[in-house]
Design a protein around this ligand. Sequence first.
Ligand code: ZN
Length: 57
Amino acid sequence: MTNNKDFITVSCDGTNSKEELKENEQNSKHPLIYLKVPLNSKVFCPYCGREFLNGSM
Ligand SMILES: [Zn+2]
């Protein structure tokens, strides 16, 4: 089995689904995109800059 668990796939459309909302973070939408986050790493959404974590850092 080569089910890759070394990364997760997250989606972002610019909406703030979580309760945490930064003051300088706009609540504007953008096209829905998918990002792959490697294990123990993080990526930033190129549109809204939201941070996605995979694992505990
Ligand atoms: Zn985004």
